[in-house]
Design a protein. Structure first.
Ligand code: ASP
Length: 318
């Protein structure tokens, strides 16, 4: 079934990209394939008459299953060599929202956030209490080994050794962090956003980033836009990045493109490296970043469009 023009979908796989020089063709292909699979999963929902909320859930689940991305399977490690995941989801029509922080267990943290939104009576849950609630609610759990990958563990060991030696931090963005996220608009014009992350390599246990903070890393409001961010979460929280974009549209009449570009530029002045994907109430998605790259993609004119750095989008048929 052809999608109505009103449908929109964009995703990101984090602003922590492997530097251009270090990215071989095979690895780049794998990233493009992962992004493409997520876009197809989300688009299928929209084409079947599904909601934006379902579309972002499905797109993020695909990225959480893909070990290349820092969310779910493939999440980064804390200094204690544990994994603590954060996620959030929000629906623009009624500002329903769910968020979870510091958990390791649910195979799909985005589903954990959604379950909290739909069934818990709360918006934001964290740690052991959240895990116990989610387990009792019947969410799919996996053992810690499922989430762990050798290259993320190696990145932690290298970082701990560097800190112990006092050497300068020369890691690439890719060694440090990443996140996944999706934004969508469905046939009813409703918007949704979802974000999921392991945070930063060698973050302190207990540290929570912007991804699960409603209005910072995740936000959806049908009157303005839906936003999912990636980057230096502390700065995104301090500037309530996602809600700031929505407020500029609503109160100052800015276009999404202008508001997103201005906020990302302003964050850069405060050490807020990163980017975001967003969809407006009408019109195409916006994908912006102030880093050297951001794994990202959108669907347009029957084509899946994906990119990593500043190169032209790679376009493949749906
Ligand atoms: N924003 C994420 C966090 O602060 C990390 C990232 O996107 O790279 O946890």
């Amino acid at each position: 079934m052809p999608a109505l023009a009103i449908h929109a979908l964009a995703i990101h796989g984090g602003a922590g990209t492997i530097p251009v020089a270090g990215l071989d063709g095979e690895t780049a292909d794998a990233f493009h394939a992962g992004l493409g699979a997520a876009l197809r999963a989300g688009w299928l929902v929209l084409c079947g008459g599904g909601t934006a909320l379902d579309a972002v859930t499905e797109a993020v689940k695909v990225l959480e299953d893909d070990p290349l991305f820092n969310a779910g399977h493939g999440a980064v490690f804390t200094t204690a060599e544990t994994m603590e995941m954060d996620a959030a989801i929000m629906r623009g029509s009624d500002h329903a929202a769910g968020a979870v922080a510091g958990i390791c267990g649910p195979r799909h943290p985005v589903e954990a956030a959604r379950l909290i939104m739909e069934r818990s009576g709360h918006v934001f849950m964290a740690g052991a209490g959240a895990e116990a609630y989610l387990r009792d609610a019947g969410l799919e759990f996996m053992p810690p080994e499922y989430f762990a990958t050798a290259w993320r563990r190696e990145a932690l060991h290298q970082e701990l050794a560097r800190r112990a030696s006092g050497a300068a931090d020369t890691r690439s963005d890719a060694d440090r962090h990443g996140t996944v996220g999706a934004v969508a608009r469905d046939a009813s014009g409703s918007l949704a956003a979802a974000t999921s992350t392991g945070g930063y390599t060698a973050k302190r246990p207990g540290r929570i980033g912007d991804a699960p903070v409603i209005g910072a890393g995740t936000y959806a409001d049908d009157a303005s836009c839906a936003v999912s961010t990636t980057g230096n979460g502390e700065v995104f929280i301090r500037f309530t990045a996602a809600a700031e974009i929505a407020a500029r549209i609503r109160l100052a009449g800015q276009s999404l493109e202008r508001a997103a570009a201005d906020v990302i530029a302003a964050l850069a002045n405060h050490g807020g490296d990163g980017g975001l994907v967003a969809v407006p109430a009408e019109g195409p998605p916006v994908l912006v970043f102030n880093t050297s790259g951001m794994y990202r993609g959108f669907v347009a004119d029957g084509m899946v469009c994906t990119a990593i750095h500043q190169e032209p989008y790679r376009r493949t048929r749906l």
